[in-house]
Design a protein around this ligand. Structure first.
Ligand code: ATP
Ligand code: MG
Length: 458
Protein backbone atom coordinates (compact mmCIF):
# COMPACT_ATOMS: atom_id res chain seq x y z
CA UNK A 1 0.00 0.00 0.00
CA UNK A 2 1.32 3.42 -0.85
CA UNK A 3 2.36 5.49 2.15
CA UNK A 4 -0.12 8.13 1.02
CA UNK A 5 -3.10 5.79 1.38
CA UNK A 6 -4.89 5.75 4.72
CA UNK A 7 -7.45 3.14 3.74
CA UNK A 8 -7.33 0.78 0.81
CA UNK A 9 -10.17 -1.58 0.04
CA UNK A 10 -10.03 -4.16 -2.77
CA UNK A 11 -12.84 -6.43 -3.95
CA UNK A 12 -14.56 -6.20 -0.58
CA UNK A 13 -17.74 -8.19 -0.10
CA UNK A 14 -19.77 -9.01 2.96
CA UNK A 15 -22.54 -11.58 3.12
CA UNK A 16 -24.70 -12.14 6.18
CA UNK A 17 -26.43 -15.46 6.82
CA UNK A 18 -30.20 -15.12 6.93
CA UNK A 19 -32.11 -17.83 8.76
CA UNK A 20 -35.75 -18.16 7.87
CA UNK A 21 -36.54 -19.78 11.25
CA UNK A 22 -34.75 -19.08 14.53
CA UNK A 23 -33.94 -22.74 15.18
CA UNK A 24 -32.16 -22.98 11.82
CA UNK A 25 -29.31 -21.04 13.39
CA UNK A 26 -28.91 -23.81 15.93
CA UNK A 27 -29.21 -26.52 13.28
CA UNK A 28 -26.48 -24.76 11.32
CA UNK A 29 -24.18 -24.75 14.35
CA UNK A 30 -24.53 -28.48 14.84
CA UNK A 31 -24.76 -29.48 11.17
CA UNK A 32 -22.07 -31.99 10.27
CA UNK A 33 -20.81 -30.91 6.86
CA UNK A 34 -20.36 -27.80 4.76
CA UNK A 35 -23.09 -29.05 2.41
CA UNK A 36 -25.86 -28.63 4.97
CA UNK A 37 -26.93 -25.07 4.73
CA UNK A 38 -29.69 -23.82 6.96
CA UNK A 39 -29.40 -20.24 5.78
CA UNK A 40 -29.36 -18.16 2.67
CA UNK A 41 -26.84 -15.41 2.14
CA UNK A 42 -27.65 -11.75 2.03
CA UNK A 43 -24.96 -9.73 0.30
CA UNK A 44 -24.71 -6.44 2.15
CA UNK A 45 -21.62 -5.30 0.21
CA UNK A 46 -20.50 -6.35 -3.24
CA UNK A 47 -17.03 -6.06 -4.62
CA UNK A 48 -16.11 -2.63 -3.29
CA UNK A 49 -12.89 -0.92 -4.39
CA UNK A 50 -11.98 2.22 -2.54
CA UNK A 51 -8.88 4.28 -1.92
CA UNK A 52 -8.78 6.95 0.73
CA UNK A 53 -5.70 9.10 0.89
CA UNK A 54 -4.20 10.49 4.05
CA UNK A 55 -5.81 13.74 5.07
CA UNK A 56 -8.91 13.25 2.95
CA UNK A 57 -12.38 13.76 4.38
CA UNK A 58 -14.77 11.38 2.71
CA UNK A 59 -18.55 11.25 3.15
CA UNK A 60 -20.58 8.10 2.56
CA UNK A 61 -24.17 8.53 1.49
CA UNK A 62 -26.85 6.02 0.56
CA UNK A 63 -30.34 4.94 1.41
CA UNK A 64 -31.17 2.96 4.54
CA UNK A 65 -29.77 -0.53 4.31
CA UNK A 66 -27.37 0.30 1.47
CA UNK A 67 -24.34 -1.00 3.41
CA UNK A 68 -22.79 2.16 4.87
CA UNK A 69 -22.47 0.93 8.44
CA UNK A 70 -21.32 -2.47 7.23
CA UNK A 71 -18.50 -0.81 5.27
CA UNK A 72 -17.41 1.27 8.27
CA UNK A 73 -17.49 -1.77 10.56
CA UNK A 74 -15.35 -3.74 8.13
CA UNK A 75 -12.85 -0.89 7.94
CA UNK A 76 -12.73 -0.65 11.73
CA UNK A 77 -12.33 -4.41 12.07
CA UNK A 78 -15.50 -5.05 14.07
CA UNK A 79 -16.76 -7.20 11.18
CA UNK A 80 -14.74 -9.57 9.02
CA UNK A 81 -15.07 -9.55 5.23
CA UNK A 82 -16.52 -12.48 3.29
CA UNK A 83 -14.12 -11.65 0.46
CA UNK A 84 -11.57 -9.02 -0.44
CA UNK A 85 -8.96 -7.04 1.39
CA UNK A 86 -8.80 -4.00 3.62
CA UNK A 87 -5.63 -2.23 4.59
CA UNK A 88 -5.64 0.53 7.12
CA UNK A 89 -2.64 2.72 7.72
CA UNK A 90 -2.91 4.61 10.99
CA UNK A 91 -4.67 4.61 14.33
CA UNK A 92 -8.43 4.51 13.91
CA UNK A 93 -10.89 6.05 16.36
CA UNK A 94 -14.44 5.12 15.52
CA UNK A 95 -17.85 6.29 16.52
CA UNK A 96 -20.05 3.56 15.24
CA UNK A 97 -23.64 2.89 16.04
CA UNK A 98 -24.86 3.40 19.54
CA UNK A 99 -23.94 0.51 21.76
CA UNK A 100 -20.60 -0.32 20.18
CA UNK A 101 -17.50 0.29 22.22
CA UNK A 102 -18.79 0.83 25.76
CA UNK A 103 -19.47 -1.69 28.48
CA UNK A 104 -22.89 -0.80 29.91
CA UNK A 105 -22.06 -2.01 33.42
CA UNK A 106 -19.00 0.23 33.76
CA UNK A 107 -19.13 3.87 34.69
CA UNK A 108 -18.43 6.61 32.17
CA UNK A 109 -15.00 7.12 33.72
CA UNK A 110 -14.13 3.41 33.50
CA UNK A 111 -15.34 3.28 29.93
CA UNK A 112 -13.18 6.25 28.97
CA UNK A 113 -10.14 4.35 30.21
CA UNK A 114 -11.24 1.13 28.56
CA UNK A 115 -12.05 2.83 25.28
CA UNK A 116 -8.92 4.96 25.13
CA UNK A 117 -6.80 1.91 25.90
CA UNK A 118 -8.39 0.06 22.99
CA UNK A 119 -7.57 3.11 20.87
CA UNK A 120 -3.92 2.68 21.78
CA UNK A 121 -3.34 5.19 24.56
CA UNK A 122 -1.15 4.43 27.55
CA UNK A 123 -2.60 4.77 31.06
CA UNK A 124 -0.58 7.91 31.80
CA UNK A 125 -1.76 9.52 28.55
CA UNK A 126 -5.39 8.82 29.42
CA UNK A 127 -4.94 10.29 32.90
CA UNK A 128 -3.52 13.40 31.27
CA UNK A 129 -6.38 13.72 28.80
CA UNK A 130 -9.19 12.66 31.09
CA UNK A 131 -10.27 16.13 32.20
CA UNK A 132 -10.41 17.33 28.63
CA UNK A 133 -12.52 14.35 27.62
CA UNK A 134 -14.91 14.82 30.54
CA UNK A 135 -15.19 18.54 29.83
CA UNK A 136 -15.99 17.90 26.18
CA UNK A 137 -18.65 15.31 27.05
CA UNK A 138 -20.09 17.74 29.59
CA UNK A 139 -22.34 15.19 31.29
CA UNK A 140 -21.60 16.30 34.85
CA UNK A 141 -21.77 13.72 37.63
CA UNK A 142 -23.04 11.07 35.27
CA UNK A 143 -19.40 10.39 34.44
CA UNK A 144 -19.32 8.22 37.59
CA UNK A 145 -22.61 6.42 36.85
CA UNK A 146 -22.85 3.17 34.88
CA UNK A 147 -23.24 3.87 31.19
CA UNK A 148 -26.46 1.80 31.08
CA UNK A 149 -28.18 4.66 32.91
CA UNK A 150 -27.29 7.18 30.18
CA UNK A 151 -29.66 8.72 27.67
CA UNK A 152 -28.65 8.16 24.04
CA UNK A 153 -27.49 11.77 23.82
CA UNK A 154 -25.23 11.39 26.87
CA UNK A 155 -23.86 8.16 25.51
CA UNK A 156 -22.91 9.78 22.23
CA UNK A 157 -21.39 12.75 24.00
CA UNK A 158 -19.04 10.54 25.94
CA UNK A 159 -18.22 8.24 23.03
CA UNK A 160 -17.49 11.22 20.83
CA UNK A 161 -15.44 12.96 23.49
CA UNK A 162 -13.16 9.91 23.69
CA UNK A 163 -12.95 9.33 19.95
CA UNK A 164 -11.88 12.85 19.09
CA UNK A 165 -9.63 13.55 22.04
CA UNK A 166 -7.26 10.65 21.44
CA UNK A 167 -5.73 12.41 18.40
CA UNK A 168 -6.75 9.74 15.92
CA UNK A 169 -5.01 9.45 12.58
CA UNK A 170 -8.24 8.16 11.08
CA UNK A 171 -11.61 9.16 12.45
CA UNK A 172 -14.66 7.13 11.44
CA UNK A 173 -18.11 8.47 12.35
CA UNK A 174 -21.36 6.68 11.63
CA UNK A 175 -24.17 9.19 11.96
CA UNK A 176 -23.85 9.04 15.71
CA UNK A 177 -23.75 12.81 15.65
CA UNK A 178 -27.39 13.09 14.73
CA UNK A 179 -28.24 11.93 18.25
CA UNK A 180 -26.59 14.83 20.03
CA UNK A 181 -28.37 18.16 20.40
CA UNK A 182 -27.56 20.99 18.04
CA UNK A 183 -25.08 22.72 20.32
CA UNK A 184 -23.14 19.50 20.76
CA UNK A 185 -23.25 18.78 17.05
CA UNK A 186 -21.72 22.14 16.29
CA UNK A 187 -18.99 21.52 18.83
CA UNK A 188 -18.30 18.14 17.22
CA UNK A 189 -18.16 19.52 13.71
CA UNK A 190 -15.74 22.19 14.87
CA UNK A 191 -13.57 19.46 16.40
CA UNK A 192 -13.79 17.31 13.28
CA UNK A 193 -12.57 20.34 11.34
CA UNK A 194 -9.63 20.70 13.68
CA UNK A 195 -8.82 16.98 13.43
CA UNK A 196 -8.96 17.25 9.66
CA UNK A 197 -6.75 20.34 9.67
CA UNK A 198 -4.18 18.43 11.68
CA UNK A 199 -3.86 16.08 8.71
CA UNK A 200 -6.03 13.21 9.88
CA UNK A 201 -8.28 11.22 7.57
CA UNK A 202 -11.99 11.44 8.27
CA UNK A 203 -14.60 9.02 7.00
CA UNK A 204 -18.18 9.58 7.91
CA UNK A 205 -21.72 8.55 7.08
CA UNK A 206 -24.33 11.24 6.88
CA UNK A 207 -27.85 11.62 5.58
CA UNK A 208 -27.41 15.37 5.48
CA UNK A 209 -26.48 16.57 2.01
CA UNK A 210 -25.30 19.94 3.24
CA UNK A 211 -23.01 18.40 5.88
CA UNK A 212 -21.38 16.24 3.23
CA UNK A 213 -20.93 19.19 0.87
CA UNK A 214 -19.66 21.44 3.67
CA UNK A 215 -17.24 19.03 5.26
CA UNK A 216 -16.01 16.57 2.67
CA UNK A 217 -13.38 16.58 -0.05
CA UNK A 218 -15.05 13.61 -1.68
CA UNK A 219 -18.14 11.50 -1.33
CA UNK A 220 -19.20 8.00 -2.25
CA UNK A 221 -22.67 6.68 -2.92
CA UNK A 222 -23.58 3.18 -1.82
CA UNK A 223 -26.68 1.53 -3.16
CA UNK A 224 -27.79 -2.02 -2.32
CA UNK A 225 -24.23 -2.88 -1.37
CA UNK A 226 -22.72 -1.51 -4.54
CA UNK A 227 -20.43 1.50 -4.80
CA UNK A 228 -22.55 3.31 -7.35
CA UNK A 229 -20.72 6.64 -7.64
CA UNK A 230 -17.84 8.60 -6.22
CA UNK A 231 -16.52 12.05 -6.89
CA UNK A 232 -16.99 15.58 -5.61
CA UNK A 233 -19.54 15.87 -2.80
CA UNK A 234 -21.81 17.99 -4.99
CA UNK A 235 -21.82 15.45 -7.77
CA UNK A 236 -22.40 12.49 -5.50
CA UNK A 237 -25.04 14.18 -3.33
CA UNK A 238 -27.04 15.22 -6.39
CA UNK A 239 -27.01 11.61 -7.64
CA UNK A 240 -27.98 10.34 -4.22
CA UNK A 241 -30.93 12.71 -4.03
CA UNK A 242 -32.02 11.76 -7.50
CA UNK A 243 -32.12 8.13 -6.43
CA UNK A 244 -33.79 8.94 -3.13
CA UNK A 245 -36.70 10.78 -4.66
CA UNK A 246 -37.11 8.57 -7.71
CA UNK A 247 -40.53 7.02 -8.23
CA UNK A 248 -40.33 3.25 -7.70
CA UNK A 249 -40.72 2.41 -11.38
CA UNK A 250 -37.78 4.63 -12.35
CA UNK A 251 -35.27 3.60 -9.68
CA UNK A 252 -33.67 0.88 -11.82
CA UNK A 253 -33.21 3.22 -14.77
CA UNK A 254 -31.77 6.03 -12.64
CA UNK A 255 -29.42 3.57 -10.95
CA UNK A 256 -28.18 2.49 -14.36
CA UNK A 257 -27.68 6.10 -15.48
CA UNK A 258 -25.64 6.89 -12.38
CA UNK A 259 -23.59 3.75 -12.82
CA UNK A 260 -22.85 4.61 -16.44
CA UNK A 261 -21.96 8.25 -15.84
CA UNK A 262 -19.68 7.26 -12.97
CA UNK A 263 -17.93 4.67 -15.10
CA UNK A 264 -17.42 7.35 -17.75
CA UNK A 265 -16.08 9.76 -15.15
CA UNK A 266 -13.69 7.11 -13.86
CA UNK A 267 -12.52 6.40 -17.40
CA UNK A 268 -11.92 10.09 -18.01
CA UNK A 269 -10.03 10.41 -14.75
CA UNK A 270 -7.77 7.54 -15.78
CA UNK A 271 -7.04 9.29 -19.03
CA UNK A 272 -6.35 12.55 -17.23
CA UNK A 273 -4.26 11.27 -14.41
CA UNK A 274 -1.58 8.67 -14.73
CA UNK A 275 -1.66 7.75 -11.05
CA UNK A 276 -5.39 7.25 -10.75
CA UNK A 277 -6.32 3.75 -9.68
CA UNK A 278 -8.79 1.95 -11.92
CA UNK A 279 -12.33 2.88 -11.04
CA UNK A 280 -11.26 5.56 -8.62
CA UNK A 281 -11.93 9.21 -9.17
CA UNK A 282 -9.49 11.09 -7.04
CA UNK A 283 -10.55 14.22 -5.25
CA UNK A 284 -8.33 16.44 -7.32
CA UNK A 285 -9.36 15.37 -10.78
CA UNK A 286 -13.01 14.52 -10.34
CA UNK A 287 -14.40 18.05 -10.65
CA UNK A 288 -13.36 18.27 -14.27
CA UNK A 289 -14.72 14.92 -15.32
CA UNK A 290 -17.99 14.31 -13.54
CA UNK A 291 -20.95 15.30 -15.71
CA UNK A 292 -22.65 18.18 -14.01
CA UNK A 293 -24.27 20.46 -16.48
CA UNK A 294 -27.50 20.53 -14.51
CA UNK A 295 -25.71 21.70 -11.40
CA UNK A 296 -25.30 25.18 -12.84
CA UNK A 297 -28.98 25.61 -13.58
CA UNK A 298 -32.29 24.76 -12.01
CA UNK A 299 -34.00 21.63 -13.27
CA UNK A 300 -37.00 19.38 -12.79
CA UNK A 301 -36.42 16.12 -11.04
CA UNK A 302 -39.12 13.53 -11.60
CA UNK A 303 -40.62 11.93 -8.53
CA UNK A 304 -39.74 14.52 -5.90
CA UNK A 305 -43.04 14.34 -4.09
CA UNK A 306 -43.91 15.70 -0.68
CA UNK A 307 -45.03 12.95 1.66
CA UNK A 308 -46.38 15.33 4.30
CA UNK A 309 -49.17 17.00 2.29
CA UNK A 310 -52.27 18.05 4.22
CA UNK A 311 -55.22 19.26 2.13
CA UNK A 312 -57.97 20.97 4.10
CA UNK A 313 -61.58 20.58 3.05
CA UNK A 314 -62.26 23.37 0.56
CA UNK A 315 -65.16 25.76 0.93
CA UNK A 316 -65.85 26.75 -2.63
CA UNK A 317 -62.43 27.30 -4.24
CA UNK A 318 -59.76 24.81 -5.22
CA UNK A 319 -56.01 25.39 -5.50
CA UNK A 320 -54.62 23.65 -8.57
CA UNK A 321 -51.15 22.82 -9.86
CA UNK A 322 -48.93 24.55 -7.31
CA UNK A 323 -45.37 24.49 -8.63
CA UNK A 324 -42.16 26.44 -9.02
CA UNK A 325 -40.99 27.70 -12.37
CA UNK A 326 -38.18 29.73 -13.84
CA UNK A 327 -38.85 33.23 -15.13
CA UNK A 328 -39.21 31.82 -18.63
CA UNK A 329 -41.85 29.36 -17.45
CA UNK A 330 -40.00 26.04 -17.07
CA UNK A 331 -41.18 23.91 -14.17
CA UNK A 332 -38.34 23.28 -11.72
CA UNK A 333 -37.90 21.70 -8.31
CA UNK A 334 -34.13 21.83 -7.90
CA UNK A 335 -33.11 25.46 -7.51
CA UNK A 336 -29.82 27.27 -7.68
CA UNK A 337 -29.13 29.39 -4.58
CA UNK A 338 -29.50 33.07 -5.48
CA UNK A 339 -31.67 32.43 -8.56
CA UNK A 340 -35.07 34.09 -9.15
CA UNK A 341 -38.13 31.84 -9.45
CA UNK A 342 -41.90 32.00 -9.49
CA UNK A 343 -44.17 30.02 -7.22
CA UNK A 344 -47.36 29.69 -9.25
CA UNK A 345 -50.75 28.11 -8.77
CA UNK A 346 -54.31 28.49 -10.01
CA UNK A 347 -57.50 28.78 -8.01
CA UNK A 348 -60.82 27.57 -9.45
CA UNK A 349 -63.79 29.30 -7.86
CA UNK A 350 -66.88 27.20 -7.38
CA UNK A 351 -68.79 30.06 -5.77
CA UNK A 352 -68.59 33.86 -5.77
CA UNK A 353 -66.19 35.22 -3.15
CA UNK A 354 -65.50 38.65 -1.69
CA UNK A 355 -62.22 40.20 -0.60
CA UNK A 356 -60.13 37.39 -2.07
CA UNK A 357 -56.42 37.05 -1.47
CA UNK A 358 -53.92 34.22 -1.68
CA UNK A 359 -50.90 33.20 0.30
CA UNK A 360 -47.78 31.07 0.21
CA UNK A 361 -45.44 29.62 2.79
CA UNK A 362 -42.11 27.82 2.60
CA UNK A 363 -41.42 25.38 5.41
CA UNK A 364 -38.31 23.47 6.40
CA UNK A 365 -38.20 19.68 6.77
CA UNK A 366 -38.94 20.09 10.46
CA UNK A 367 -41.92 22.34 9.75
CA UNK A 368 -40.37 25.70 10.58
CA UNK A 369 -41.98 28.55 8.65
CA UNK A 370 -39.01 29.92 6.75
CA UNK A 371 -40.79 32.59 4.73
CA UNK A 372 -44.12 33.40 3.17
CA UNK A 373 -46.18 36.16 1.61
CA UNK A 374 -49.73 37.13 0.66
CA UNK A 375 -51.02 38.81 -2.48
CA UNK A 376 -52.37 41.73 -0.41
CA UNK A 377 -53.10 42.95 3.09
CA UNK A 378 -56.25 41.56 4.79
CA UNK A 379 -58.19 44.65 3.71
CA UNK A 380 -56.84 44.81 0.17
CA UNK A 381 -58.19 41.60 -1.43
CA UNK A 382 -59.95 41.49 -4.82
CA UNK A 383 -63.42 42.88 -3.91
CA UNK A 384 -65.56 40.34 -5.80
CA UNK A 385 -64.75 37.27 -7.91
CA UNK A 386 -67.62 35.49 -9.65
CA UNK A 387 -68.26 31.76 -9.49
CA UNK A 388 -66.60 29.78 -12.28
CA UNK A 389 -63.64 32.15 -12.62
CA UNK A 390 -60.03 31.05 -12.42
CA UNK A 391 -57.34 32.99 -10.55
CA UNK A 392 -53.72 32.91 -11.62
CA UNK A 393 -51.47 33.36 -8.60
CA UNK A 394 -47.77 34.08 -8.89
CA UNK A 395 -45.18 34.83 -6.26
CA UNK A 396 -41.84 35.83 -7.66
CA UNK A 397 -38.98 35.44 -5.21
CA UNK A 398 -35.24 35.26 -5.00
CA UNK A 399 -34.01 31.97 -3.61
CA UNK A 400 -32.07 33.17 -0.57
CA UNK A 401 -32.41 29.76 1.06
CA UNK A 402 -29.41 27.73 2.05
CA UNK A 403 -29.06 24.27 0.44
CA UNK A 404 -31.56 21.70 1.61
CA UNK A 405 -35.11 20.48 1.07
CA UNK A 406 -38.13 22.73 1.54
CA UNK A 407 -41.90 22.43 1.28
CA UNK A 408 -44.48 24.74 -0.28
CA UNK A 409 -47.94 25.56 1.00
CA UNK A 410 -50.75 27.55 -0.60
CA UNK A 411 -53.93 29.16 0.70
CA UNK A 412 -56.91 31.15 -0.56
CA UNK A 413 -58.66 33.53 1.83
CA UNK A 414 -61.92 35.43 1.51
CA UNK A 415 -64.42 37.13 3.77
CA UNK A 416 -67.10 34.70 4.84
CA UNK A 417 -69.75 35.97 7.26
CA UNK A 418 -67.94 37.78 10.08
CA UNK A 419 -64.36 37.70 9.01
CA UNK A 420 -61.62 36.34 6.77
CA UNK A 421 -61.36 32.57 6.43
CA UNK A 422 -59.47 29.98 4.44
CA UNK A 423 -61.48 28.82 1.43
CA UNK A 424 -58.83 26.30 0.41
CA UNK A 425 -55.59 25.45 2.10
CA UNK A 426 -52.93 22.94 1.13
CA UNK A 427 -49.93 22.43 3.40
CA UNK A 428 -46.63 20.98 2.13
CA UNK A 429 -48.27 20.43 -1.23
CA UNK A 430 -45.00 20.41 -3.15
CA UNK A 431 -41.34 20.12 -2.29
CA UNK A 432 -38.17 21.48 -3.77
CA UNK A 433 -34.49 21.40 -3.12
CA UNK A 434 -31.87 24.09 -3.13
CA UNK A 435 -28.63 22.82 -4.61
CA UNK A 436 -25.53 22.63 -2.50
CA UNK A 437 -23.08 25.42 -3.18
CA UNK A 438 -19.35 25.00 -2.74
CA UNK A 439 -17.57 27.31 -0.31
CA UNK A 440 -20.83 28.46 1.21
CA UNK A 441 -20.39 30.40 4.44
CA UNK A 442 -24.03 31.06 5.30
CA UNK A 443 -25.60 28.86 7.96
CA UNK A 444 -29.23 28.47 9.01
CA UNK A 445 -32.05 28.67 6.48
CA UNK A 446 -31.50 32.08 4.93
CA UNK A 447 -28.43 33.36 3.19
CA UNK A 448 -28.23 36.96 4.38
CA UNK A 449 -25.42 37.76 1.98
CA UNK A 450 -23.25 38.54 4.96
CA UNK A 451 -19.83 39.99 4.16
CA UNK A 452 -17.54 38.47 6.77
CA UNK A 453 -14.29 40.06 7.81
CA UNK A 454 -11.60 38.74 10.03
CA UNK A 455 -8.34 40.46 10.70
CA UNK A 456 -5.69 39.94 13.25
CA UNK A 457 -5.29 43.07 15.33
CA UNK A 458 -1.80 44.57 15.01
N1 ATP B 1 -25.76 -8.83 11.25
C1 ATP B 1 -26.55 -8.80 10.16
N2 ATP B 1 -27.24 -9.88 9.75
C2 ATP B 1 -28.02 -9.84 8.65
N3 ATP B 1 -28.16 -8.77 7.86
C3 ATP B 1 -27.50 -7.65 8.22
C4 ATP B 1 -26.65 -7.60 9.38
N4 ATP B 1 -26.13 -6.35 9.46
C5 ATP B 1 -26.61 -5.66 8.41
N5 ATP B 1 -27.42 -6.44 7.65
C6 ATP B 1 -28.11 -6.05 6.42
O1 ATP B 1 -27.16 -5.49 5.53
C7 ATP B 1 -27.71 -4.38 4.83
C8 ATP B 1 -26.81 -3.18 5.03
O2 ATP B 1 -26.91 -2.76 6.38
P1 ATP B 1 -26.18 -1.45 6.93
O3 ATP B 1 -26.45 -1.39 8.38
O4 ATP B 1 -24.76 -1.48 6.49
O5 ATP B 1 -26.97 -0.31 6.15
P2 ATP B 1 -26.80 1.27 6.27
O6 ATP B 1 -26.49 1.77 4.91
O7 ATP B 1 -25.87 1.61 7.36
O8 ATP B 1 -28.29 1.70 6.63
P3 ATP B 1 -28.83 2.92 7.58
O9 ATP B 1 -28.88 4.14 6.72
O10 ATP B 1 -30.22 2.45 7.90
O11 ATP B 1 -27.95 3.02 8.76
C9 ATP B 1 -29.12 -4.22 5.37
O12 ATP B 1 -30.02 -4.79 4.47
C10 ATP B 1 -29.12 -4.97 6.68
O13 ATP B 1 -30.39 -5.52 6.92
MG1 MG C 1 -26.15 2.59 9.22
Amino acid sequence: MSSEAAIQVRGLSKAFPIYSKPHHRLLQMISPGPKDRWYREFRALRNIDLNISRGETVGIVGRNGSGKSTLLQLICGTLTPSAGEIQVNGRIAALLELGAGFNPEFTGRENVFLNATVLGLKHAEIVEKFDEIAAFADIGDFIDQPVKSYSSGMYVRLAFAVAINVSPEILVVDEALSVGDEGFQRKCFARIDAIRDSGATVLFVSHSASTVVDLCDRAILLDRGELLAQGTPKYVVSRYQKLLYAPTDRVAQIREEIRESSAEAAGASRRLSSHAEPGVVSASDSPSVAPREEESQAYWEEGMVSSSTVVYENRGAVIEDPHLQTLDGNKVNVLVPGGTYVYAYKVRLERALVNVRCGMMIRSITGIEVGGAATSTPQGGVPVVEAGKMLNVRFRFRCLLTPGSYFLSAGVLATLGEGEEYIDRQIDVAMFRVMPAADRLATGFVDLDVVPQLSVAP
